[in-house]
Design a protein around this ligand. Structure first.
Ligand code: HPA
Length: 272
């Protein structure tokens, strides 16, 4: 069965429980999943029940889809995502975006925890992803093009919606939340980068590094879904301060800024 058919079956299954048409899709990264708890009139669907979805078992990822209303706006929240470093094919990693497309989402918000490369960032900085560098060594759009979703050679100039970025800055200002912007560079993981790799990232123009999100942005652009990405800088990347990195600390920082992050998203969606 090809990936398109798998997405159709997954979407057909989800549609039995909730209508996602016209919703905003939101993919919640490490430590940011608690936004899903605030969704009202929620239909909650466990990834393990969705046909062709793999199981997630990364610490800090719940693995469920929550469809309902957030601040009066229809949303599909993905609480937990699939990572390339878990060993899944890129087409599986990015499959939820395509399933949400079939469910009828009108826009997408992708979020993640990331390491800060830009030396003017700090732990807890929120960064709008202005552009990205795919350094994962793979791409979910390889293989026969799935015409049902989009064209063979999708443009990436406008992969991240400029109007949404403007709205995010307006929203942040209204809420008195500091918001930065920058280039997100995705590594395969699962190890945190070496200091030499981070030096390389800095030189080539990255502001933040992580191990996710790029596959999702690629398929979203392919399927013409207007998308905004927001990174939570949970730590300065390897070698910048000389401190060692660990996942628990990454999660702890994400949790610390989660309230700011949640208010930003909750107001932003009312403007999108
Ligand atoms: N590197 C890669 N991914 C990350 C980091 C990091 O420093 N912090 C959170 N996710």
């Amino acid at each position: 069965m090809n990936i398109y058919q798998k997405c159709v079956e997954a979407a057909d299954y989800i549609r039995q429980y909730a209508d996602g048409s016209g919703a905003i899709g939101i993919i919640l990264g490490s430590g940011l999943g608690s936004l899903a708890v605030e969704v009202e009139d929620a239909a909650i669907i466990s990834y393990k029940d969705i046909p062709h979805f793999p199981m997630t078992n990364v610490i800090g990822h719940a693995g469920r889809m929550v469809i309902g209303k957030l601040n009066g706006i229809k949303v599909i929240c993905m609480q937990g995502r699939f990572h390339f470093y878990e060993g899944y094919d890129m087409k599986i990693v990015s499959m939820p975006v395509r399933v949400m497309k079939l469910l009828g989402i009108r826009s997408l918000i992708v979020t993640n925890a990331a390491g800060g490369v830009n030396r003017t960032f700090d732990e807890g900085t929120l960064m709008v992803i202005e552009d990205f560098i795919n350094f994962m060594g793979d791409n979910p759009l390889t293989g026969p093009n799935i015409e049902e979703f989009g064209p063979r050679f999708p443009d990436m100039t406008l992969a991240l919606d400029k109007d949404y970025q403007k709205l995010a800055f307006e929203t942040a200002e209204e809420l008195n939340i500091a918001l930065r912007k920058g280039v997100y560079m995705a590594y395969r993981g699962p190890n945190y980068e070496t200091p030499a790799e981070i030096h390389f990232s800095e030189v080539i123009g990255a502001d933040a590094v992580g191990m996710s999100t790029v596959p999702e942005i690629l398929v979203a652009r392919h399927a013409n879904i207007p998308t905004i990405g927001i990174s939570c800088i949970t730590n300065m990347a390897a070698g910048i301060t000389g401190e060692e990195l660990n996942h628990l600390e990454v999660e702890a920082v994400a949790k610390r800024v989660t309230n700011e992050f949640k208010s930003l998203i909750k107001l932003l969606i009312t403007k999108m």
